[in-house]
Every structure is written in C-alpha cells, then in structure tokens.
Design a protein around this ligand. Structure first.
Ligand code: F6P
Length: 323
C-alpha cells in the first residue's frame, strides 16, 4: 500500500481532527503516503484533495469541527457519482480509504468497495453514538458534556421561576444523548425513541400532581422521538396542564461544536491508529471500534444493518432517581 485517502463525512463531530491526525501520522510512520479528501464524497467526486504530511496535522488535536470539511452528498448515491469518484482516486494513486463518519458514510464506502474493489475501513464519528460495533463514537462524550453544561444553566433559571423546561437534544434516530444527559442532569423526565411509554409516564407524573415539594422540572426530549420533538411535547403538556409555566429550549448544533474532551481525543487517536493498522493487516470493508477497552473490527454490512441499543436498565434507574 503506497497511498491511502482519508475523509470525514456526514455530520461533523468533535474529535474528528484528532482522528485525522492519528490516521496521517500512523500511516506516515509506516511508510504509507496520505491524501486528505476534502468535503467527504463531494470532494471525492470533484477531486478536492490534498497531500498530507505530519506537519499538516500539527496543532489540530484540540480543534472541534473537521479541517477536511464534511458534506452530505446525494450524487455519491448514484453509480455515476461513484464512478467519477473512483476515477479521481485512481488518478491520484489512492489504493485504500479511511472513512470517518456514520452509517451513511459506511454505506458509501461499502458501495465503492463492492463496485471497484478498493479496500475501505470505517471509523465511527458521530455525536449520536448510534453505531453498532463500538461502545462509543467520536464526538459523543463532548456532545453530552456540552448539553449537560447547558442543562445545568437551565436548571438555575427553572428553579428561580418554578418552571417546567422541555429541553430538546440531538439524536436523529437514537436516545443515547437524551438518556445520558437526562441522568447526568437529574431530569424529571426523559423522552427517547427507544422508550414507547415515556410521554405517558410524564403525563402521569403531572396528573398525579407529583410535583410534590419539587418546584420545577426538567424534561429532556431527543429530537428523534416519535412524538416529534420539544414543540410537540410542549403543546401536549400545555393542553393537559394549562396551569404549568412551561418553556422550551432546543440545544441544536451547539452540541456538535467545541473542543473535544480528553475522552474523545483519546478515542479518536486510538481509532485512527487502529484503522491504519487494520488496513496494513489486509482488513477491508470493516468498521473499527473499541468494545470493552479493546479494538474490534465489524464488517460494514453488519455495522450498517444492526442497531446498538440503549441500556434499558438505565432508563428504569433514571425514573427511580427522578422521584
Ligand atoms: O447525526 C448527527 C446529527 O447531529 C443528528 O443528531 C442530527 O439529527 C443531524 O446530525 C443534523 O444534521 P444536519 O447538521 O445535517 O442538519
């Protein structure tokens, strides 16, 4: 393997830069050249690529976002788009790919590999933590700490005004952020897609007049919940309990930015290092992850088709601790 390409794709996540740095330096240390592909699959199609050295990844470990930029690319979903991308990769002598992103990014890499035989390895990068084959994804730890900081602040004002706050966190299809942030933030209610009874539980909580001595409430809702999000939950609660003083906050993309936590930097560094070693061992079409502290490789199709589950015991624990 003379040269590999590395790119970030889909939603950015804090720690992606630490991962790019690890991929570039591990490869170079093993005599492999690296091309950085800018803007993910879009840059692959438009030949937006740059040769990287150890110095081009200096001083990026602590930066949020991604220096390689990222995109969600519709054209790459077509065989014509992938054919253009492959021509560019060939012309630049790129023999294997490291893809840092989520499920959609893995699917793109797998399609390219199946059609053209180029070996690809995926690294889980998304704040949602919803990828199979790893305990944690790059960016998740930073995102939950960012959300938690905001919730602690909301708690101050909620307490002062005796209000109910409905706080929406990210998580397109999954409740990992919602559950962990709800537990760490001491929320009275957690509404996530994995729990079908959660909204009813919250309604029962207010029906019982279960506010007891508590003067305020924080309810966390994952954007991906089937109720539709914080606005819908607010309307439902307001209709049933017009007496409550309710406010709604959407944390949104704040959760995607910021300097990565130590945990995310270390995770990203390990995954980047292991991905290059995986390619050197001849692995292809797998996603690297860390499970119970050890590196692990999951075939792309397994990683794409399986869903990682939240810990339901934690859902029950959160209910008990909120009373
Ligand atoms: O997948 C990460 C994520 O931040 C989700 O939590 C969210 O639903 C989505 O990306 C938002 O994507 P975009 O920035 O493209 O609107």
């Amino acid at each position: 393997m003379d040269r590999i390409g590395v790119y970030t794709s889909g939603g950015d996540a804090p720690g992606m830069n630490a991962c790019v740095r690890a991929v570039v330096r591990t490869a170079i240390n093993n005599g492999i050249k690296v091309t950085g592909i800018r803007r993910g699959y879009e840059g692959m199609i438009e030949d937006d690529m740059v040769n990287m050295t150890s110095r081009s990844v200096a001083n990026i470990l602590q930066l949020g976002g991604t220096i390689l930029k990222t995109a969600r690319c519709e054209e790459f979903r077509t065989p014509e788009g992938r054919s253009k991308a492959m021509e560019n990769l060939k012309a630049r002598g790129i023999e294997a790919l490291v893809c840092i992103g989520g499920n959609g990014s893995y699917a793109g890499a797998l399609a390219l590999s199946q059609e053209y035989g180029i070996p690809c390895i995926g690294i889980p990068g998304t704040i949602d933590n919803d990828l199979y084959g790893t305990d944690f994804t790059i960016g998740y730890d930073t995102a939950i700490n960012t959300a938690l900081d905001a919730i602690d602040k909301i708690r101050d004002t909620a307490d002062s005004h005796n209000r109910v706050f409905i706080v929406e966190v990210m998580g397109r299809d999954a409740g990992f952020i919602g559950l962990d942030v709800g537990i760490a933030g001491g929320a009275e209610g957690i509404v996530i897609p994995e729990d079908r009874d959660d909204v009813e539980k919250i309604m029962r909580h207010f029906n019982r007049g279960d506010k007891r001595s508590k003067s305020f409430s924080i309810i966390i809702v994952a954007e991906g919940d089937e109720i539709g999000g914080s606005q819908e939950l607010t309307e439902r609660l307001r209709t049933l309990h017009p007496d409550l003083d309710i406010r709604t906050t959407v944390l949104g993309h704040i959760q995607r930015g910021g300097s990565p936590t130590a945990r995310d930097r270390i995770l990203a560094s390990r995954l980047g290092y292991e991905a290059v070693h995986g390619l050197m061992k001849g692995l292809k079409d797998v996603a690297v992850g860390i499970i119970n502290g050890s590196p692990n490789y999951t075939p792309f199709d397994t990683a794409i088709t399986n869903t990682k589950s939240v810990n339901y015991e934690l859902v029950r624990m959160a209910e008990v601790l909120a009373r």
